[in-house]
Design a protein around this ligand. Structure first.
Ligand SMILES: [Zn+2]
Length: 347
């Protein structure tokens, strides 16, 4: 018997609100499953954009409706296949998102991996949607490997919001996704000997955003890299970057990390007017940036830019805090050592 559309809604909603990802992402998935997101085809059909602009921005081949964009577009499809291949799964994706969600199950039985699996559905469609928006509104695009890294990074960050004492860092997850098959230690002894590290990150005041930046140096590879993460007062991730830079002394690299955070902030109209705190774990870098002069002469150009941007009447302040508060930035900086190109993502 054909199901009524309200029972379809019930099916779709069931199992959706498990808080494995931020609420805004659950809401997006819910709207997408119900076909209520504003795709270009939908906007064209109601006359908001011309019909000749209804093409999918990712491939330019088909009209952008929900199923095409989030499942069948070649780029999206490759992202789904990459995730399924990671776990040795062959699956022909259903024709629409609702069936995809309802059939989204994995035979691996661990309770933790079940949550990973559920979260991956949300994260893949969210990552496709954010990429689509970046291409339309920011005129910037990522490659498939970058999107794959982003799926793993979002997953490993959002795992931090769960109660599980998952012991791996975002970098570990990106390097070897197999660590997601971790199982919860059952005995109290096991949890007692491996207490989860306590986050010592200190949130900024309401209406203020905070960058944590860090630099990394690998003497064997002879490489330097910088990384940073922007969060609001609730700890929500807003933006992150991870970039290789020319080989340089670590305090100088920290100055470049601060410089990059400011550049990104000033170039984004959504946060241009926010007050910003930039936190670095290098006391030297912070001292050079906040003093009117001093610091290595060869950094003068960069330091002057930072001093101008964070001067007396500016909404940007630069502070020093210990390494313990900087886990994510540290991980992104280390990840930059393995990159050939800049990585920047708005979440
Ligand atoms: Zn497409």
């Amino acid at each position: 018997m054909a199901k009524s559309s309200s029972s379809h809604h019930q099916d779709a909603i069931k199992g959706l609100w498990k808080s494995v990802v931020p609420h805004r992402v659950e809401i997006f998935a819910w709207l997408a499953i119900l076909g209520k997101i504003n795709t270009r085809l939908k906007l064209a059909n109601i006359g908001i954009i011309p019909i000749n602009e209804a093409q999918c921005i990712l491939c330019g081949l088909c009209p952008e409706d929900c199923s095409h964009l989030l499942i069948h577009c070649p780029l999206s499809w490759q992202l789904w296949c990459w995730w399924l291949n990671l776990w040795g799964i062959q699956w022909s994706l259903p024709s629409n998102l609702r069936d995809t969600f309802n059939q989204w199950a994995h035979p691996h039985h661990g309770a933790f991996f079940k949550k990973v699996w559920l979260a991956s559905f949300f994260i893949i469609i969210w990552t496709i949607w954010k990429e689509r928006n970046n291409r339309i509104f920011q005129n910037s695009s990522m490659s498939l490997p970058q999107l794959q890294d982003l799926v793993l990074l979002r997953l490993s960050w959002w795992i931090k919001g769960w109660e599980d004492p998952f012991p791996y860092s975002p970098v570990d997850v990106v390097r070897s996704p197999a660590c997601l098959q971790w199982t919860t230690p059952r005995s109290r002894e096991a949890t007692a000997t491996n207490p989860p590290p306590l986050p010592s990150w200190c949130p900024p005041p309401t209406m203020v955003l905070k960058w944590n930046v860090d630099a990394s140096f690998n003497p064997i590879l002879q490489k330097s890299a910088i990384g940073g993460v922007l969060q609001d007062s609730l700890g929500h991730f807003k933006c992150m970057f991870s970039s290789p830079i020319p080989l340089m002394e670590i305090n100088a690299a920290e100055v470049f990390a601060i410089h990059r955070a400011i550049k990104i902030s000033l170039s984004c109209f959504q946060i241009q007017d926010h007050s910003l705190i930039i936190e670095s774990d290098s006391a030297n870098a912070v001292k050079w940036c906040t003093n009117k002069k001093g610091g290595p002469w060869n950094l003068n150009f960069v330091l002057n830019f930072i001093r101008n941007a964070s001067g007396n009447d500016s909404h940007i302040s630069i502070t020093h805090r210990g390494r313990a508060s900087n886990n994510v930035a540290d991980a992104l900086a280390k990840q930059g050592l393995c990159r050939d190109d800049d990585f920047l993502a708005w979440l």
